[in-house]
Design a protein around this ligand. Structure first.
Ligand code: F6P
Length: 522
């Protein structure tokens, strides 16, 4: 398919001119003063999510040019190619079909689009696996002897299920504890194992490839611990979630749930990798999670670009990164259960779009992924918000708030929401004070995402929204958002250093690496 890199379009130059003419000096406060309808123009509903973009440094003219940029790069056709099952992960020659994992079965769709019929066999396999996995989840839920579920996985095989299990804590079955072991640091596994008994533990070994060294090391140690503690029934106490079922079986695990190479690791929470979540919230809860994401898929696939929330967010990301030159985006979920949401988004954005070459391998003359970071509010306010308000860098902030809490401490919730709204207001308004220590420049941009409640459905929609906004910016930048070659070099060198830790051979190493090696060897 034809993609045109953003800097090769007429709109790119027009955006540069618009930025120099109005963008650089744009003041959100002035924009509100001139336009009483600004909130309406720059806010919108999408499935299960309301978004206020009006406190951003953008006006209708810039947004129009960004929409033209999206058209001229061929982003809509690129999106349609993804939803048609084309192999848009070109460097790995793979389809990109995490969206298919949340698609209802063909039989439930009145007039399925042709592109969906073309992937009918994949969709049937998705539902066969989903049904089996959810039946297993229900079986585990009903099994009162299993009190502890331990997910062993890293990256996408950890962050998605961990983030979602924590986020949906209010929906988790009482009587079961969930643990997530990702780091090869033995402190993490040892601390979890200390709390467990083999007869009441289920280990889920989650790895797309079933070769990741951290996960394999933790899995080996968990199995050794299980056997040393007298555990016998590996088939009952271990299950594998992987595309590499043969490797899982060779490891000695017979209970396996598979998925496919067209599901990227960081996009895999919707697949068998979501099993911890399915055990935690039940089969219906997991189906609701998928349904919320599917609603967002349909919105992204069919809403006009100007009212398409993932498109608008992705365009704003490009405007900020490439024209304003903002290097990061801070994520502020005002809900303590969303504590791993920033870490989840970090992998999603930075592993997808942290690329310096385009899809053809040509070096890019512009910046790509921003640094994504954050903490739940109000905690962040007492840590780094100082810098957001008065630091020398402008950092766009993306708030998430939930209207209705699950607890009855209404006073707390009112205070929490008031803080979220007030922070967005303070960032924008600032405060004059003779330009000294108490001066706030204001005009600091933010986006506000609002959910009615934090539920499996709304969480699914929120995460799919984030996946698609990353798609949009990556598409405009002309990169392949679906590979991650940048993680390979460290893996290879770690193997070499591991061998040298044993042998002490420092031949050919730089003096720093050799010096550290010498100090670390016992
Ligand atoms: O860190 C690289 C990476 O490949 C991620 O993309 C992936 O989510 C993670 O490792 C884990 O991979 P796997 O699921 O194959 O163990």
């Amino acid at each position: 398919m034809n993609r045109t890199r953003c800097d090769h379009t007429p709109a790119w130059g027009q955006l540069q001119a618009a930025f120099e003419a109005h963008g650089r000096t744009f003041d959100v406060r002035g924009a509100f003063a001139c336009d009483p309808a600004r909130f309406d123009a720059f806010s919108q509903s999408a499935p299960h999510v309301f978004a206020d973009l009006s406190k951003n440094r953008i006006d209708a003219a810039a947004e129009q040019l960004l929409l033209a940029l999206a058209q001229q790069t061929g982003m809509p056709a690129h999106r349609d190619a993804m939803f048609a099952g084309q192999a848009i992960n070109t460097t790995e020659r793979r389809q990109v079909m995490h969206w298919l994992l949340r698609n209802p079965p063909l039989a439930q769709i009145q007039q399925p689009r042709q592109a969906l019929q073309n992937v009918a066999s994949e969709l049937a396999a998705v539902h066969a696996t989903l049904d089996a996995m959810l039946a297993y989840a229900e079986q585990v839920r009903a099994d009162e002897c299993i009190t502890d579920v331990v997910n062993i996985g890293i990256g996408g095989s950890d962050l998605g299920p961990q983030m979602a299990v924590l986020a949906l804590d209010e929906f988790v079955l009482p009587g079961k504890r969930f643990h997530f072991v990702s780091n090869v640091d033995g402190h993490e596994l040892a601390a979890v194992l200390r709390k467990l008994k083999p007869q009441s533990t289920l280990f889920l070994i989650a790895s797309k490839t079933f070769t990741t060294i951290e996960t394999m090391t933790n899995a080996q140690s968990a199995k050794a611990w299980f056997e040393a503690q007298g555990g016998t029934d590996v088939a009952r106490h271990f299950a594998a979630l992987t595309t590499n079922v043969a490797a899982a079986q060779a490891f000695g695990i017979s209970t396996t749930f598979g998925f496919w190479d067209w599901v990227g690791g960081r996009y895999s929470v919707w697949s068998a990798i979501g099993l911890p979540l399915a055990i935690a919230i039940g089969a219906q809860g997991f189906r609701d999670f998928l349904a919320g994401a599917h609603d967002m898929d349909e919105h992204f696939r069919s809403a006009p670009l100007a009212r398409n929330l993932p498109v608008r967010l992705g365009l704003l990301d490009v405007w900020y990164r490439n024209f304003h030159g903002f290097t990061s985006r801070s994520v502020a979920p005002y809900h303590s259960a969303l504590k791993r949401y920033p870490a989840y988004l970090q992998q999603l954005e930075m592993e997808s779009n942290g690329k310096r070459v385009d899809a053809q391998g040509a070096a890019l003359p512009f910046a790509t992924a921003p640094v994504v970071w954050g903490e739940p509010g109000t905690n962040g306010q007492h840590a780094y918000f100082q810098m957001l308000h008065q630091g020398t860098d402008v950092v766009p902030v993306e708030f998430v708030a939930v209207k209705t809490p699950k607890h009855t401490l209404q006073g707390h919730h009112t205070l929490l929401l008031a803080n979220a709204v007030a922070q967005a207001q303070a960032l924008m308004l600032g405060k004059a004070d003779d330009g000294g220590h108490k001066h706030f420049t204001g005009n600091r941009p933010s986006t506000f995402l609002l959910l009615d409640e934090l539920s499996p459905t709304s969480l699914g929609a929120l995460i799919a929204l984030q996946e698609h906004r990353v798609f949009v910016s990556g598409s405009l930048w002309g990169i392949n958002s679906f590979d991650q070659w940048g993680v390979e070099l460290g893996k290879v060198l770690a193997k070499d250093i591991e061998a040298r830790m044993g042998s002490g051979n420092a031949a050919g190493l730089d003096s720093s690496t050799a010096g550290l090696l010498g100090r670390l060897r016992v």
